[in-house]
Each structure stands twice: as C-alpha cells, then as structure tokens.
Design a protein around this ligand. Sequence first.
Ligand code: SF4
Ligand code: SF4
Length: 303
Amino acid sequence: MSLGFDACGFAAATPVDDQAVARYDQWIEAGHNGCMAWATGHRDLRHDPALLLEGAKTVISLALNYYPARFQPEGTLRVAYYAYGRDYHEVLREKMTELAHFIEENTHCPTRPCVDSAPVRERYWAQQAGIGFVGRNNCLIIPGKGSFFFLGEIITTAQLPPDEPCTMTCGDCGKCVEACPTGALVQEGGADASRCLSCLLIEDHADHLPDWVADVIGDRVVGCDDCQLCCPHNVHATATTVEDFAMTDAVMTLTRDRIAQMSNSDFRRTFAHSAISRLRPATLRRNAALTTPHLPINNKKNR
Ligand code: SF4
Ligand code: SF4
C-alpha cells in the first residue's frame, strides 16, 4: 500500500514529558496563545494519548509535503502555502483513515487518527518519533526536507517498535527571529500568537485588528510563511506531488477587488473545500482592506 506520506515514525504512547508540559503551561500563562482560546482546554487529554484511546501503546506520526510547484502571480494577495489547494484536513483524513484500516486489519488493534481533530501535541510526537525537530519558528523541521509539511497522528493500541527521537536543534541560527515582521518569535518558548499574522489573520475574527497590523501586513491576506521561507532547512524543499495541494484558481486570482466583491455565499462556494473556509467572509474582507498590495510578493526562499 502506498499513500504517499513523506515521513513516518513511531513513538511510545507514554504521557508527554514534564519539560514539554511545563513549556506549554508557561506559553499559556504568558498569554501567548493569543486568540486561540481552545489551546487552554483539554489539558489532560493533550498530554496523555491513553486518554484519547484507551490502552494506547503507539503514536504513529506522519508528514505530508505541501510545498507548492507554482506560486501566486503578482497583483494577487498572498495566501500561505498550506492554503493553496484542497483543505489538508480532508486530504490527510482520507489517507490516514485508509492507513488506520490497514493497521486494524493486520494487528486487530483499534486506532484513532487525528488531524487537528483531537488535542494532540503533534510536533512533540513528530520529534519523539524521530521525524524532525521543532525549530525556533515553531514549525516541525525535517532534516534535509524542510518544514512545509502537514502532520497527522494515528494513535493505536498496537505495540510498534519506537524510533529514536530527533535531537537536532536550530543551533545559533536565529534567521526566523530576524525575518518575523511582528516580533512574534523574540521570546523563547514558542511564538507569541497574539503578535503572529498567521494566527491574527485566520483565527482572530474581531471586527478590527490592532492598529499596528496595518503597518506590517503587506500583501498577506491569509496567514504568513515568512519564518519558514527564510529558514535554511527549506533551501532543499521540493514541490509536493499531491495533486490536491495544487493551487486552486480562486487562490491564483485572489485580488483585493475580487475579495471586496465576494458575497458570503460566493465565499462559501469558492472556498468550500479549502482551508480558507476556516476564516469567515468578513474576516477575509477585513484582512484584504488592511493590505498594501503594491508591495511585491516574495516567494523566493532565502538561499
Ligand atoms: S508566521 Fe509570520 S508573523 Fe507569525 S511568527 Fe512566523 S514570520 Fe512571524
Ligand atoms: S530559521 Fe534558523 S532558527 Fe529559525 S527555525 Fe530555521 S534553523 Fe531554526
């Protein structure tokens, strides 16, 4: 069976280690979850896979490349790469459900696939399963492949041989800290989501964003990839072969005028199977109105 995942690793489904739990708690206490109120909930489930699947023995961590083969043309508003094509939740769920069935048939052990559908520390598990390490930009970095990967987990009661955790680090790089337009990465211990455009432009549905956003938003309308584009580990990123992740016509032609004219029903039709559907139509219009689209799109990786 070939489902096209780019990386896969196994980790023993023990509770998340104390250090990682403490880092998460400090991030919440500092208010760095910003508008992501959901991050404060389900603390127990988030830190023990056995509470998500009784008798859990293994967390299978999976990664799927979404680095695009082509980029948006000038004059369009910038969409983060992960939202170029079909909603990754749908794509990963299909692939992981198939894999979960295969595991169940062959081991007779129950499984629980998770794609943002349960409180799981996905980058922690990817690191434990030896797939990569968590960079200063808060992304999972796969050595030699980069960070433009969707992650998913299958929790199972099957006892599979655990991989060695990845022990790599960023060293003294710091390029993403410099590249971040908002200072969201200045502090240690995770991004400050209250200053991160990726969070503010997608998860914050307030009528008005803080005034300073207009000074830094540039041509970004959905998310922000800057702390990944500058990362040396993405120099060798190669285009995804998953057709579902190819850029849709809607993203290809997403101008400020197009968004201004988009009705709510047009939005729902246009982005029905896109991760952009996670925004509200009014949120997309709010973002577009703040942009300064005369600034050129910079899709070039920093080599
Ligand atoms: S996504 Fe953008 S705003 Fe958020 S930390 Fe990265 S560079 Fe900064
Ligand atoms: S840019 Fe440098 S510091 Fe930031 S995640 Fe990449 S390697 Fe780490």
